[in-house]
Design a binder for this molecule. Structure first.
Ligand SMILES: [Zn+2]
Length: 115
């Protein structure tokens, strides 16, 4: 049985800005967050789909979406976890590793039969 589905996650980017909040009517700290959707296979292998950067007021939670092309150069490291970013790569390496191990074990078995 193949188990698959979709999910979403929100991760902090580790960047704050002091900006004027129109909802609070004063200057507050705003946190940069990344929300993204992903497709998963067996809950482990994930591939990221849509992603949005949000700048949200720490006090009231109001904020706005940010342009990824302006935000991403500020980031020191990708905020999306490695397994979520590279799900297809992990799947390919797992399948390739399995075939490699099967090939090695067949080679060793044949070598033992001839020697
Ligand atoms: Zn606010």
């Amino acid at each position: 049985m193949i188990i698959f589905g979709t999910g979403s996650n929100t991760v902090p980017c580790g960047i704050t800005h002091a900006l004027f909040c129109a909802h609070c009517s004063r200057q507050n700290e705003f946190d940069l967050l990344l929300t993204y959707n992903y497709f998963h296979l067996y809950y482990v292998i994930r591939q990221v789909g849509d992603k949005h950067y949000l700048l949200l007021c720490r006090t009231c939670g109001h904020g706005w979406k940010c342009d990824p092309q302006k935000v991403e150069p500020e980031l020191k490291r990708p905020p999306i976890p490695f397994t979520d970013r590279n799900g297809v790569l992990i799947l390919i390496l797992t399948i390739g590793g399995t075939f490699f191990l099967i090939g090695i074990s067949n080679f060793i078995a044949n070598w033992l039969k001839t020697n």
